[in-house]
Design a protein around this ligand. Structure first.
Ligand code: ATP
Length: 878
């Protein structure tokens, strides 16, 4: 079901924020028609102010590969044309569930100033959105651009391009709007740059003339800041050196990627032709309602907190961040360096504080000072604010520090929403003095001036198309729908009235010739500065009486201001109270209506359930009855047969004793006796058993004058009773017999089974015994096996020792054999030589010599030795 929501009847801010979708091509709200008919830009009757709707641009991020894989593409976002977009609630989303309950719709449509689809390039986006604002900035107008959306919707990408490219500089293919704005700026001022850094932004709208000492400090501070980016690739350095002379270059490049400017540099700049320009930038964030300078390096000490900066107001009531660091930049690369330092400090602080990047609002501000000779001719600023993700804390399941963060983010976004809605309400009814809660958050306080005519603001809404974040995206769209209805009133002030004041070293206003303008001090210093001015206002320059009167007048002013504030606060509180009461009452009414609906719904449901159960019970009972009938049913033929059988058995005079034993027999005897007695006394024909068994009515009682006891009737009666008893006994005993037979059969079976069980039990016991025995045997065998194993081990050890011994002996034997052989050879040689001498000297001499022991020579010694060695060898094995 498609429904288009119309928000035109909603008055209050919150209701407006709850449901602020509008019809496609929806005309400006009726309430606004008076002012909205002044189309996008028009001049008022006096010609002194310009009105225009707040420009709200929508950028739809393309799906990432992961998102496509995880089925995030469910056709939730449908671009109808360049201004209208439809959101279709996916299944399972809270919006779909609510719409099924009758709360809200399934399809919402929103219109925007311009919608940029997923295929739109960064350059097309820049041209279609803030390019004209940048042009205005170049010509002295202030501008604010803020990006809003859920986390991961592409806010940072839109402003900065790819963030990682900034942290690790490399060629950036798709620079964001910030880089493009800087490029347009430096192209515009090319050749007209004021290179001395002695004119610096001061407080909110002023310019400070730095003296030599301050100038030196400024230069050192800048060098130190850039030194934080220690390693830079050569390409970046080269591009910087190129661009440092960029004043004469027409086509600028950023990190090596040339950028084709479609916005021409000078539009009506002829009057500014002689001006010189000085560009200053600052980069800061608002985290947990504290302002931190991102150009101040975070403390190295883990325990030390980053110093938070104060938001103050100057004499004109314009807000500024006190002690914020402004850096003079001469080209795009220097500005991008500042951005990189800020991102670096931010991520360092984020790691230290364990926060994710989207938890703070970051603001990059560019200030452009126009200098005409010795005069400061103008000052304009351009701020790009990347708001923190707008997801709600209940969805992200945040706790502790995260909850605080989420609370602060939600709070500042809520206040922003409140301010926007209040602005819209004031514009609807100009007689109404509505309170705009700018001061309730740092974010709105800082940009109050931009919403109140000090410049032009525009909003970029970033969304992704994921089904899982549909509800959050819808919330963002509703918020932006309210924002789009805000009219901005921009007074057409003369250039002179916008000219900043030039102040000296200590913030004292300077005349054109450089002396202090004492008269201007009184009106110049803001109350806040005077009341809290330990370093910014030197009061010693005034005479004492003047000071006293000044203090007195200030005190009176303060009192009056306090009184006024108090009254205002009371009024605001009353108004808020009324609004809240109204809301509570409406919510209560809605709630009670829902309760009634719910109650009725439940009652209907219960009734139908009850009816259903009743029907089911009836059905069940009917089925049971049918089943029972089927079970109990005996065909009539069968019944009659049974009856006949019983009668036949009786007729055949089946012995009652066989049926019911002695009792029945005794009864029979008693009846016979009674009959006989009665026959004897009244001579009545005997009542045969057969006749008594007949179902005939009782025979007429003979008139015997019997009164109380009539044996005849008694006999008949008894016989009838017996007949009935017998039939019932037959009926009863027959199934009993059957049951008994079955019982006997079962009993026999049971006995057999029991016997079998006992046998099995015995078998199991015997098996268990056997297993026990086998286990014991196994254990014994194991033990003996282990013993044998140990023996075998010993024997193996011995064997190896002996083998080693044998090897050794064999080698000994081999040695000895060799020795023996050599001895034998020696001996044979000796024998030969002896034989020769014997042959020469005759047989007797030979014999003598052989008998005579030879001189103790080597031979004898060798033989003795070998004999000893052999003996010892023989002894060893034992
Ligand atoms: N138009 C686009 N084309 C291609 N990629 C994009 C586009 N817009 C965003 N992205 C990618 O989507 C991712 C999320 O973008 P980004 O970080 O800018 O989201 P964010 O809204 O700033 O998130 P957070 O609020 O958490 O800081 C990034 O990886 C970014 O590169």
């Amino acid at each position: 079901m498609e429904t288009v929501v119309d928000v035109t009847n909603e008055d209050t801010m919150l209701l407006a924020m709850q449901s602020t979708a509008c019809e496609p091509h929806h005309a400006p709200l009726p309430e606004l028609s008076g002012v909205s008919s002044i189309t996008s830009q028009s001049e008022s009757a006096e010609g002194s102010e310009q009105q225009q709707q707040l420009r709200v641009y929508l950028k739809v991020r393309p799906f990432s590969e992961d998102e496509l894989k995880s089925n995030e593409d469910q056709g939730c976002v449908v671009l109808e044309n360049s201004e209208v977009i439809a959101l279709h609630a996916p299944k399972g989303s809270a919006t779909m569930k609510n719409s099924e309950k009758g709360i809200g719709q399934q399809v919402y449509k929103f219109n925007f100033t311009q919608i940029f689809g997923p295929s739109c390039s960064q350059s097309e986006f820049f041209e279609g959105t803030i390019s004209s604002q940048v042009q205005g900035f170049l010509h002295g107008k202030n501008a604010l651009v803020f990006s809003y959306g859920v986390t991961n919707a592409g806010k940072t990408y839109t402003i900065q391009g790819n963030l990682s490219d900034f942290i690790q500089p490399c060629s950036q293919k798709e620079p964001g709007i910030l880089t493009r704005a800087l490029e347009v700026l430096f192209k515009h001022i090319a050749g007209r740059q004021y290179e001395t850094m002695d004119l610096k932004p001061y407080l909110s709208l002023d310019v400070q003339k730095l003296d030599m000492e301050q100038l030196k400090a400024e230069k050192n501070a800048k060098a130190a800041l850039f030194a934080l980016l220690k390693e830079e690739p050569e390409s970046t350095k080269a591009s910087r050196s190129r661009s440092s002379t960029s004043s004469s270059v027409n086509s600028l490049s950023f990190s090596g990627v040339s950028y084709d400017h479609t916005v021409d540099s000078v539009d009506g700049a002829s009057d500014e032709g002689s001006c010189l320009y000085s560009v200053w930038v600052a980069f800061y964030e608002i985290y947990n309602e504290h302002v931190y300078d991102l150009l101040q390096p975070p403390h190295t000490s883990k325990t030390k907190r980053r110093p938070a900066l104060r938001v103050c107001e100057d004499s004109t009531g314009s807000s500024y961040v006190r002690d914020l660091r402004w850096v003079n930049v001469q080209n795009v690369e220097e500005a991008s360096k500042v951005l990189r330092v800020g991102n670096k400090n931010r991520s360092a602080a984020a790691t230290k504080m364990n926060q994710s990047s989207s938890r703070s609002h970051t603001i990059f501000t560019i200030k452009l000072i126009r200098i005409d000779g010795a005069d400061v001719h103008g000052l304009s600023d351009l701020s790009l604010c990347d708001l923190a993700g707008s997801e709600r804390c209940n969805k992200t399941k945040t706790f502790g520090e995260r909850l605080k963060e989420a609370g602060n983010i939600n709070n500042s976004l809520l206040i922003l929403g409140k301010c926007i809605a209040a602005l819209r309400n004031i514009q609807n009814d100009r007689t109404k003095t509505n309170y705009i809660p700018f001061r309730e958050s740092k974010l709105t306080r800082l940009f109050q001036g931009m919403f109140c005519g000090r410049g032009r603001a525009s909003m970029i809404v970033n969304i992704n198309q994921c089904a899982s974040t549909y509800d959050e995206t819808l919330h963002v769209m509703k918020f932006s729908a309210v924002a789009k209805q805000v009219l901005q009133v921009i007074p057409q002030r003369s250039v002179e009235s916008l000219a900043p004041r030039l102040v000296g070293r200590d913030g004292k206003p300077l005349l054109k010739n450089g002396v202090i303008d004492a008269q201007a001090v009184d009106e110049y210093l803001s109350e806040e500065e005077l009341l809290d001015s330990d370093d910014e206002a030197d009061m010693s320059i005034f005479p004492q009486e003047e000071l006293v009167s000044l203090v007195e007048s200030l005190r009176l002013k303060l009192l009056a201001e306090r009184r006024k504030n108090l009254l205002q606060e009371i009024q605001i509180r009353n108004e808020m109270g009324d609004v809240m009461m109204q809301q509570i009452m409406e919510a209560e009414e809605l709630h009670s209506r829902q309760m009634v609906d719910l109650k009725e719904g439940y009652e209907e449901k219960m009734e139908s359930t009850f009816d259903m159960y009743k029907e089911a019970l009836k059905e069940h009972a009917y089925q049971c009855a049918l089943e029972r009938l089927e079970e109990d049913y005996i065909p009539i033929e069968e019944y009659n047969e049974e009856l006949e059988r019983v009668k036949a058995r009786k007729r055949l005079n089946i012995s009652s004793t066989r049926i019911c034993g002695n009792d029945f027999k005794e009864l029979e005897n008693l009846v016979s006796e009674l009959e006989q007695k009665w026959q004897r006394s009244a001579s009545v024909p005997p009542v045969t058993q057969e006749s008594s068994m007949q179902t005939d009515p009782l025979p007429a009682t003979p008139d015997v004058g019997m009164s109380a006891f009539n044996p005849y009737i008694t006999c008949i009666f008894l016989r009838k009773v017996m007949r009935i008893e017998m039939i019932s006994l037959v009926c009863f005993i027959h199934p009993l017999n059957k049951a008994a037979e079955r019982f006997q059969l079962l009993y026999k079976e049971k006995c057999a089974v029991e016997k079998l069980c006992v046998e099995k039990q015995e078998l199991v016991v015997s098996f268990e015994q056997r297993i026990g025995e086998l286990n014991e045997t196994l254990q014994e065998a194991g033990e003996s096996y282990m013993e044998k194993l140990a023996d075998v081990q010993n024997l193996q050890n011995k064997l190896s020792t002996q083998e080693r011994e044998i090897v050794r002996l064999q080698s000994d034997v081999t040695n000895k054999e060799a020795e023996l052989n050599s001895l034998r050879e020696e001996l044979s040689k000796l024998n030969d030589s002896a034989g020769q001498s014997r042959t020469r000297r005759g047989l007797l001499v030979n014999i003598k010599e052989s008998m005579t022991p030879q001189s103790p020579g080597s031979l004898c010694r060798t033989i003795k030795k070998s004999v000893r060695a052999t003996t010892s060898l023989r002894k060893k094995p034992s």
